[in-house]
Design a protein around this ligand. Structure first.
Ligand code: BDR
Ligand code: CA
Length: 321
């Protein structure tokens, strides 16, 4: 049975992203949920590929969703201190290889993404806006450094990044989003706002099996066909690497958490970011068993109800064009 949708005021969110096939599905999930989510804006960041291409990809996804009212802002084009690291080997040269999506007709807003984040939070009441982070945390960290007074305004930062029991995916100990800009992640982890982390420990249990991929195609809409093409492209790297029955579908977990937090379980613990060592750069040092007396600063998720996740994706994405 389709989920009953409550009649409440939609939760206001800002999505910070580097699309990315899995980012694209996350954007589409959010844009397919207007009764629960008001997307105040999408901010692009350098990550999977360079900023210009990530921004263009975000515009393409907004057009695919039919929600041309959604504004897209370009953010930072490089990490705070590090040389950019990209992931064309996973996502393809365009960052969004797979479907042949038309060049976007809509354009980027004429405001820097970091300014947008700062101004939007400054003009909002406390505890109203959730920041959904699907890429390196550069924009959010820059906003917090430039305008620390916005931190108490943030209702929650929900981010895909890091790993504990599953280790890393770009180095043995680091997950890509945190590895690319560890200084940014370190700033975010200490900003004082409530933080929820969706790490590899969760996303590695959210596999897009053949049946689940097929269900996107079976939706019969343009969006479902595009998602099927995207994920069929991006899975090849992970299938070869892990030899699993499907590839992890990382970033939509962030949106799924905002929509249905009970789908996830984890612990409120201390998480620190390794910024000094080259060997373990970007490791999320997660004190899951409470073996230090360091103050908890994040809810670190460990489990997902993956059947619920894919049911939610199929139901909601079917409502798009
Ligand atoms: C994360 O890295 C990116 O390549 C994906 O889009 C996701 O945000 C997974 O490690
Ligand atoms: Ca991403």
């Amino acid at each position: 049975m389709p989920e009953a949708k409550p009649e409440t005021t939609p939760q206001k969110i800002i999505i910070d992203t580097d699309p990315g096939q899995d980012d694209a599905v996350a954007l589409l999930l959010a844009l397919a949920s207007p009764q629960e989510l008001e997307v105040l804006g999408i901010v692009s960041v350098a990550g999977n590929v360079g900023l210009a291409q990530n921004s263009k990809n975000a515009l393409k996804i907004v057009e695919l969703s039919g929600r041309d009212d959604i504004r897209v802002y370009a953010g930072c084009d490089r990490p705070i201190r590090r040389t950019p690291v990209t992931a064309e080997h996973v996502h393809g040269q365009s960052g969004l290889d797979g479907p042949d999506l038309p060049d976007p007709k809509i354009s980027l807003e004429d405001v820097h993404g970091v300014d947008f984040i700062i101004q939007t939070l400054e003009n909002s009441p406390e505890n109203e806006i959730i920041l959904c982070a699907l890429g390196p945390l550069t924009n959010i960290a820059m906003a917090l450094v430039r305008a620390p007074h916005i931190a108490p305004k943030i209702k929650e930062i929900v981010l895909m990044g890091g790993g504990c029991f599953e280790g890393g995916n770009i180095t043995p100990t680091a997950e890509f989003n945190i590895y690319v800009d560890p200084e940014a992640a370190d700033i975010v982890m200490h900003c004082g706002a409530p933080i929820t982390i969706i790490p590899l420990d969760v996303t590695h249990a959210a596999l897009a099996t053949k049946d689940r991929l097929q269900s996107f195609l079976n939706m019969g809409n343009k969006t479902g066909a595009a998602i099927h093409q995207m994920l069929t492209f991006s899975e090849r790297f992970d299938l070869e690497k892990y030899q699993w029955r499907g590839a992890p579908l990382h970033d939509p977990c962030v949106i799924a958490y905002v929509l249905a937090p009970d789908m996830f379980s984890g612990r409120f613990i201390n998480v620190e970011i390794e910024v000094s060592s080259e060997l373990t750069r970007g490791m999320t040092v997660a004190d899951f068993w409470g073996v230090t007396d360091r103050e908890p600063n994040a809810t670190f998720m460990r489990y997902i109800d993956d059947d619920h996740y894919y049911t939610m994706l199929a139901e909601r994405l079917a409502t798009l064009p």
